[in-house]
Design a binder for this molecule. Structure first.
Ligand code: FES
Ligand code: FES
Length: 164
């Protein structure tokens, strides 16, 4: 099958790659951009392991074609930390023992970051609803919720940005 040039902007960096029209964003990130932090579980939109953020929204990268993401700002788990400093939600996952094998972790991180960046004052019920869309086969949901709730509390308490 013929390949076509696509430029994906991932974590602020352009990746000029060549992909088949039907190549998924998840496969392009992993195989062509060499960003293997985005995991693939079910590959048909059920588990959420492949969740990335596209233009601010959580997206299942196994359900999107790479060429559909051209021109968008894509964020993956590799972009969460700043140098050696983990994103506070990553640190919260460690502090609350929110991972076992870690396979589902990138998806949960990107899902929660997208949801709480959009709505830092999300209610606990809404947060549970959002997180229920991803699966953890190690059944670590209680600690995942604890970790996200702890970070959500700091988000809600943060001062609102000053008006421009
Ligand atoms: Fe994409 Fe499961 S791998 S939802
Ligand atoms: Fe293993 Fe979630 S920690 S699948």
């Amino acid at each position: 099958m013929s390949k076509h040039p696509v430029t994906l902007t991932v974590n602020g960096r352009p990746h000029a790659i060549e992909v088949e029209h039907r190549k998924t964003l998840a496969d392009a990130l992993r195989e062509d951009c060499r960003l293997t932090g985005t995991h693939l579980g079910c590959e048909h939109g059920v588990c959420g392991a492949c969740t990335v953020i596209v233009d601010g929204a959580p997206v299942r990268a196994c359900l999107m074609f790479a060429h559909q993401a051209e021109g968008a700002q894509i964020r993956t788990v590799e972009g969460l930390a700043t140098g050696e400093t983990l994103h506070p939600l990553q640190q919260s996952f460690i502090d609350h023992h929110a991972l076992q094998c870690g396979f589902c972790t990138p998806g949960f991180l990107m899902l929660a970051v997208a949801a709480l960046e959009r709505d830092p004052e999300m209610s606990d019920a809404e947060l549970v609803e959002v997180l229920s869309s991803n699966l953890c086969r190690c059944t670590g949901y209680v600690n995942i919720l604890k970790a996200v709730r702890a970070w959500a509390a700091t988000q809600a308490a943060a001062p609102a940005p000053a008006p421009a």
